[in-house]
Design a protein around this ligand. Structure first.
Ligand code: FES
Length: 571
C-alpha cells in the first residue's frame, strides 16, 4: 500500500510523533485516524468579506462527509480570500499573494490531497495556481452561482445589470430610488455572480480543464445538488490520493486547449486569458496569447447568456449546463476528448450522454448563438506584445474603425473629465486610458470599459471604441480593447498617445495602430519618465516582479513549482 505523505508527520515515533499528533488530538481526534489513511486538506476561501463564498463553511461539511465515507481524514484550513467587490484597489493585486498562501499552506502541512473551494473571481485562479505549484492530487469545487436576479418583473444579471442601470440613471431614464431598490433584487441568494462573468467563466474553466467533477460550473449555490457534488468531490479526492492522480496529469496542454475553446463557446470573460496563462505557467505547460486567437477566435458562442446574451447561469444549469457545451464541442471535433479529468475518465466520455433541455439557452454548434466569438488578439504599434478584445460583447459596426483619440492619463482623470459637457469628444472618437496595467495601477484594475460621456449616451449611442492596458469585468460589454502590452507604466507605446492622434482598429485584420510617425513617437519617448516605485511591502514586491498581461501577470519568481517535498523537516 502507498505510504502517505502525511505519515512523515503523523507516522513518526518519539518526540516528533508525539508533537505532531498530540496537539491535533486537542480537537478530539482518536489515535487511529493517524494510522496512514489519506489526509485531505480542504482549502477554504470562506469569508464574510467575500460574500460570493460566504456559504463555504457549509459546503466544506459536505466535502467532509464524502472524505469520511471513502476512508480519508478531512482537515479544513483557511487561506486568503479575495472578495471582488470589497477589496481595494482591486482584488487582482492580491491574486498572486493568495496563491503563495495556498502553495505554502499545502506544502508545509501533513496533507496528501487537496480540495479547493473556489467561487468569487480571483479565488479560483489563486487556488489553482498555488496548488499547481505543489502538484498533489487535487480537485476543484466551485461554490456555484447565485439564483437569477429579479427586478420589476424581469431578470437582473450581476454586474451587467449594474452597468446598464448606471447609464440609465446618468441620463435620467431611471430614478435613484429604483436604483437603490435593485440592490437587494440583483443578489438575493448565496453564490457568485450569475452572469457569465469572471467567476462563472472560471468555474467553467475548472470543469473544462478536467479539474472538477462534471457539472461543477453551473449548479446554483443554493441547489441541493451543489451539496451532493461537494460530497461526491470528497469521496473522489480520497481515491485520487490512492491513485496518485496529481494535478500535472490533469493540467496538460490538451486540457488548456479545451479550456480556451470552451471560453469561446460560453462567451467567457477576457480575464480567463490572464488566469489560464498564469496557471499554465505554474505547471510548465507552454501556452501563449496567440493560442487564444488561433484556437478560439473562429469558434462560435453556443450559450445565450449575459453579458453576451440575455439568460443567466440558473437558466444555463436547467438547460443542461457545461456538459452540453462540451458534448457539442466534442461532436464538432473541437474538444480534445481524451484529456484526463479528476474522475479518472477522459472528458469526452464524461459528457457523451449529456442532454440539452432548452435549445434557446444552449445552441448547437451548427446553429450557434454567435459566430466567431472567441477572444481576438490584436497587435500593431500600439500593442506590439498584444492586446485582446471580446468580439461577442462588442458592437459589430465598430470592429473596423478609425477615430480621433481622447486620452486619459489615469482612471482618476477619466472619472474627473468624462461627465464634463465641454469635453471635446464625439461618438466616433477612440477613448484611450493609460496607466491601468499590472504595474501602473498595481493589480490591473477592471476599468477598461470606461463610462461613456453623458452627452454621447443622450444621443442614443451606447458604445464607443475604448483602448487601455486595463482589464474589464467579465460582466461588462462593449467594443473595448484591453490588456495592451507592454503597458504604459512599463514604457509601452500606449504611454505615447496624445489626444488628437488617429487610431485604427481593425479586428478582422487583428490590428490596433497609432497613426503617428516614428520620429514623433521617438521625440515623445525621450520625454517619458517611468512612475516611481511604491515605498514598501507587498505593493513594492508586486510592482518589481509582476509580469505583463500577455504572460499571465504572475510574479516572475512564482512561475513553475516546487512540488510537495518539504526541504527541512525537523523541529
Ligand atoms: Fe464575486 Fe462577482 S463579485 S463573483
Amino acid at each position: 500500500m502507498k505510504k502517505m505523505r502525511s505519515q512523515a508527520w503523523f507516522g513518526r515515533e518519539g518526540r516528533d510523533g508525539f508533537l505532531y499528533r498530540s496537539w491535533m488530538k486537542n480537537q478530539g481526534w482518536p489515535h487511529d485516524l493517524f494510522d496512514g489513511r489519506p489526509v485531505i486538506g480542504i482549502c477554504n476561501t470562506w469569508s464574510e468579506l467575500t460574500p460570493c463564498n460566504s456559504h463555504f463553511r457549509e459546503l466544506a461539511e459536505f466535502v467532509k462527509r464524502g472524505v469520511w465515507e471513502s476512508g480519508g481524514f478531512p482537515l479544513e484550513f483557511p487561506v486568503m480570500s479575495l472578495g471582488e467587490t470589497q477589496l481595494r484597489p482591486t482584488a487582482m493585486l492580491f491574486r498572486n499573494l493568495a496563491s503563495m498562501d495556498v502553495e505554502e499552506s499545502i506544502r508545509a502541512n501533513p496533507i496528501d490531497g487537496a480540495v479547493l473551494l473556489m467561487g468569487c473571481d480571483k479565488t479560483t485562479p489563486s487556488l489553482l495556481m498555488g496548488a499547481a505549484s505543489c502538484d498533489l492530487p487535487t480537485i476543484g469545487l466551485s461554490g456555484g452561482p447565485m439564483l437569477s436576479g429579479k427586478f420589476q418583473g424581469r431578470d437582473l444579471g450581476s454586474g451587467t445589470g449594474l452597468w446598464q442601470m448606471t447609464d440609465l440613471v446618468r441620463t435620467g431614464g431611471m430614478k435613484v430610488e429604483e436604483f437603490f431598490e435593485a440592490e437587494s433584487c440583483m443578489h438575493r441568494s448565496k453564490g457568485h455572480c450569475m452572469t457569465m462573468g469572471t467567476a462563472s467563466t472560471m468555474a467553467s474553466m475548472v470543469e473544462a480543464l478536467g479539474m472538477s467533477l462534471p457539472g461543477n460550473a453551473a449548479i446554483p449555490a443554493v441547489d441541493a445538488r451543489r451539496n451532493t457534488l461537494a460530497q461526491m468531490t470528497g469521496r473522489r479526492i480520497v481515491q485520487m490520493v490512492h491513485e496518485d492522480l496529481c494535478m500535472s496529469r490533469i493540467l496538460t496542454r490538451e486540457a488548456f486547449e479545451n479550456a480556451i475553446c470552451v471560453n469561446a463557446a460560453i462567451g467567457g470573460s477576457t480575464n480567463a486569458v490572464i488566469h489560464l496563462l498564469a496557471i499554465a505557467g505554474r505547471v510548465g505547460v507552454p501556452l501563449c496569447l496567440d493560442d487564444f486567437d488561433r484556437l478560439g477566435s473562429s469558434l462560435p458562442c453556443l450559450v445565450d447568456i449575459q453579458p453576451s446574451g440575455k439568460h443567466l447561469m440558473e437558466d444555463f444549469f436547467y438547460a443542461g449546463g457545461l456538459p452540453v457545451v462540451l458534448r457539442e464541442l466534442a461532436e464538432a471535433g473541437v474538444l480534445k476528448a481524451e484529456a484526463l479529468t479528476v474522475n479518472g475518465q477522459p472528458i469526452g466520455k464524461n459528457v457523451a450522454a449529456a442532454s440539452c433541455w432548452n435549445r434557446e439557452v444552449i445552441r448547437t454548434f451548427k446553429e450557434p448563438f454567435k459566430a466567431n466569438a472567441g477572444i481576438a488578439v490584436l497587435r500593431g504599434n500600439l500593442a506590439p506584445d498584444g492586446a485582446v478584445i471580446k468580439p461577442s460583447a462588442a458592437s459589430p459596426h465598430l470592429l473596423q474603425h478609425r477615430g480621433r483619440a481622447v486620452v486619459f492619463e489615469s482612471i482618476e482623470e477619466c472619472h474627473a473629465r468624462v461627465n464634463d459637457e465641454n469635453l471635446d469628444i464625439d461618438e466616433n472618437c477612440v477613448m484611450v486610458l493609460k496607466n491601468c496595467g499590472p504595474r501602473g495601477y498595481p493589480g490591473m484594475a477592471e476599468v477598461g470599459n470606461m463610462l461613456l460621456p453623458p452627452k454621447i449616451l443622450r444621443m442614443g449611442v451606447n458604445d464607443m471604441v475604448r483602448i487601455s492596458d486595463a482589464r474589464m469585468s467579465g460582466t461588462a460589454y462593449g467594443t473595448v480593447v484591453l490588456h495592451a502590452c507592454p503597458e504604459a507604466a512599463a514604457g509601452g507605446p500606449l504611454a505615447l498617445v496624445q489626444s488628437g492622434d488617429i487610431i485604427t482598429l481593425d479586428v478582422p485584420k487583428r490590428l490596433v495602430r497609432l497613426d503617428v510617425d516614428d520620429n514623433t513617437l521617438a521625440a515623445r519617448r525621450a520625454n517619458w519618465t517611468p512612475p516611481p516605485l511604491p515605498d514598501r511591502g507587498w505593493l513594492r514586491l508586486y510592482v518589481e516582479h509582476v509580469q505583463q498581461a500577455d504572460e499571465g501577470a504572475d510574479l516572475d519568481f512564482l512561475v513553475g513549482g516546487s512540488g510537495s517535498h518539504v526541504a527541512r523537516d525537523s523541529h
